[in-house]
Design a protein around this ligand. Structure first.
Ligand code: PNW
Length: 461
């Protein structure tokens, strides 16, 4: 697979770039779209940095043609985009907005015409506000509502979509949306978070069945899995609990038909302990998949609080006797996330492969945010992003060499975009967006990615 001067990826390895509807589309109330929880949340003072919102974002609702041209410039084989549920069903139930379907038909047809496979996520966080008003993911009925939406999407686009992803990062939906409240709907209630965890999985299972009925395309789910590295032997048990709370509560039900034993009795983290599991649920949740999507950005280091109760430099207290740690010497992105490429290989070999076995795995997001700027001669020389990209691709290559069936890699993101609670302050794109003019400019990392894609290989130097 390798020659001396480059790391070659397997033939047919799928290269892609990813975005999400609310982060790029704008057109917040265009052509019959209903409001989503992110419209509500971003317009609530104090929720998003700088008071930013996704009303216009990258204006991809109008400029999707430019986005497709950029994808062609990158030479990618696939584009991962998401559907705005309230653009298609303004109140989340019943009535379908034909103009919303038209928009995605234009995008999907444009991609197919350009020879780029559409990889479509059904849900990337922009829940119809009307469904939130009915309890959102904390209401078990949402499993049926989501199944209905999946059926509509499958009927409408199933002939041209190359792969389906039911949910993006259900952990973030439940934990960040309902437990710590930093994301829409901004709720802080562990009981609702643990309910959301279970209902997200039921909704996923219903969506798998609905998509199977209308589309031959492969179906998977995208999880953001965590790598928790204990810095002392005493911290190992704590790291295992953290991994169970984020990874196990999704991987175990989907692939093993149960919630993690490690969380038995913990009603604030285990949906089983909280009494949400009914007969037949695990049959729905465990519907066979064609692949697992994995999003990964950074590992976490965990340790025990010193006996004096005082956090040391780089330590943040996370519990009565635990800390999270930013080790000295590792680079840190604009998001304050660590850069440690070996962690994605550890994730794939230690956490993913033992659960998924021969099932294909796609990295559906990986990337980094930096303080990009345009130079006087009109370039973005984002050397840190290039180093991050190269390091992580080399580590993914290593995981493939270890035998993990990684079939593709989607860079997050095609474009600088609305970075949720961080607004437009955090840029993840391979393409720089001037939000005042909507001008798009390929960064140096975009040029590097294009050459990696063209070679299906990573030059070593
Ligand atoms: C993922 N956290 O988000 C999402 O799938 C993308 O939409 C997002 O732009 C990207 O990663 C970069 O952030 C996350 O707070 C956002 O733990 C926040 C968290 C995790 C993932």
């Amino acid at each position: 697979m390798s020659t001396d001067d480059q790391l070659r990826f397997p033939d047919g390895f799928l290269w892609g770039a990813a975005t999400a509807a609310y982060q790029i589309e704008g057109g917040a109330d265009a052509e019959g779209k209903g409001p989503s929880i992110w419209d509500t949340f971003s317009h609530t003072p104090g929720k998003v940095f700088h008071g930013d919102n996704g009303d216009v974002a990258c204006d991809s609702f109008h400029r999707y043609g430019e986005d497709i041209a950029l994808l062609k410039r990158l030479g990618v084989g696939s584009y991962r985009l998401s559907l705005s549920w309230p653009r298609i069903q303004p109140t989340g139930r019943g009535e379908v907005n034909a103009k919303g379907l038209d928009y995605y038909n234009r995008v999907i047809d444009g991609l197919v015409e350009a020879g780029i496979e559409p990889s479509v996520t059904l849900y990337h966080w922009d829940l119809p506000q009307a469904l939130q008003d009915a309890g959102g993911w904390a209401n078990r009925d949402i499993a049926d509502w989501f199944g209905e939406f999946a059926a509509i999407a499958g009927e409408a686009f199933g002939d041209r979509v190359s792969r389906w992803i039911t949910l993006n990062e259900p952990w973030v939906v439940a934990h960040v949306g309902y437990r710590d409240g930093r994301h829409a709907p901004g709720i802080q209630d562990p009981a609702l978070a643990v309910a959301a965890n279970h209902h997200l999985l039921l909704a996923h299972g219903n969506a798998v069945s609905a998509l199977r009925a209308s589309s031959a395309a492969p179906v998977g789910i995208t999880l953001n899995l965590t790598v928790e590295r204990p810095v002392t032997p005493e911290a190992a048990a704590h790291a295992a609990v953290l991994e169970a709370r984020q990874n196990g509560v999704y991987l175990d039900p989907i692939f093993h038909g149960r919630y993690p034993e490690l969380l038995d009795g913990d009603a604030s983290f285990s949906p089983a302990a909280a009494g949400h599991v009914r007969d037949g649920d695990f049959e729905i949740i465990g519907a066979p998949l064609d692949f697992l999507g994995v999003n990964f950005y950074a590992p976490h280091y965990v340790g025990m609080l010193h006996a004096d109760g005082e956090p040391r430099r780089g330590e943040t207290v996370t519990g009565p006797d635990t800390v999270s740690i930013q080790p000295d010497g590792l680079p840190i992105t604009a998001m304050n996330w660590l850069v440690e490429p070996g962690s994605i290989r550890e994730l794939l070999t230690r956490i993913v492969a033992p659960v998924t076995g021969a099932l294909p795995v796609y990295i559906t997001e990986n990337g980094s945010s930096w303080h990009d700027y345009v130079t006087q001669d009109g370039q973005v020389n984002d050397l840190e992003r290039i180093a991050y990209l190269r390091g992580h691709l080399a580590a993914v290559h290593g995981a493939i060499a270890d035998g993990v069936p990684v079939k593709g890699y989607f860079a997050w993101s095609l474009l600088d975009n609305f970075e949720w609670a961080e607004g437009y302050a955090k840029r993840f794109g391979l393409v720089y967006v001037d939000f005042a003019t909507q001008e798009r400019l390929l960064k140096r990392s975009g040029e590097v990615y294009a050459s990696i894609v063209a070679a299906n290989a990573l030059p070593k130097a």
